[in-house]
Design a protein. Structure first.
Length: 162
């Protein structure tokens, strides 16, 4: 195996981080912060906004000391509104900036690349990612998180297909 300490990242607020440490997999949900917004809902409540906790993400990456990071390349998704796309792209840019700042080499991986190679003959959808990740890594703490599953599959693709 080329890397003993590598990370796969599914960016975004519901994404996750999969960390390979020698032969052990550790999983982290994407660290986020909830803040009260200035806009209001139809019921008059203030909207709660979720954004990336940049400091916590930096701390996770510093502690992990990966040799390489495999990051899913950001792209707009059909049906996703402008605010969601903006937040996703902002988090993606912050992650890349942290990699550069910490001098951690990284590779961008398009979603269709890893899915084409790892999800052959499987149904489409988030549930399929969970099933595939559990097949490849039955001991990993994926739970019902498609973010964790996809981070792990991105890591797997980066290690074994690149």
């Amino acid at each position: 195996m080329k890397y003993k300490r590598a990370i796969g990242i599914d960016p975004g607020n519901t994404g996750a981080i999969a960390f390979l440490n020698v032969n052990k997999i550790e999983m982290f949900d994407m660290p986020t912060i909830k803040t009260e917004g200035t806009t209001k809902t139809k019921k008059g409540n203030k909207k709660i906004h979720t954004s990336l906790n940049e400091t916590e993400l930096r701390n996770i990456l510093c502690k992990a000391k990966p040799e390489h990071i495999f990051l899913e390349k950001s792209q707009s998704m059909p049906g996703q509104g402008a605010p969601a796309t903006f937040n996703y792209a902002t988090a993606y840019g912050i992650i890349r900036g942290i990699c550069v700042g910490l001098q951690i080499p990284y590779t961008l991986i398009r979603p269709n690349e890893w899915k084409k190679n790892l999800m052959k003959s499987m149904e489409k959808g988030k549930q399929a990612s969970i099933i595939r990740a559990q097949q490849l890594y039955p001991k990993a703490d994926i739970g019902k998180s498609d973010g964790r599953a996809e981070a792990l599959l991105i890591l797997h693709y980066g290690i074994f297909f690149l």
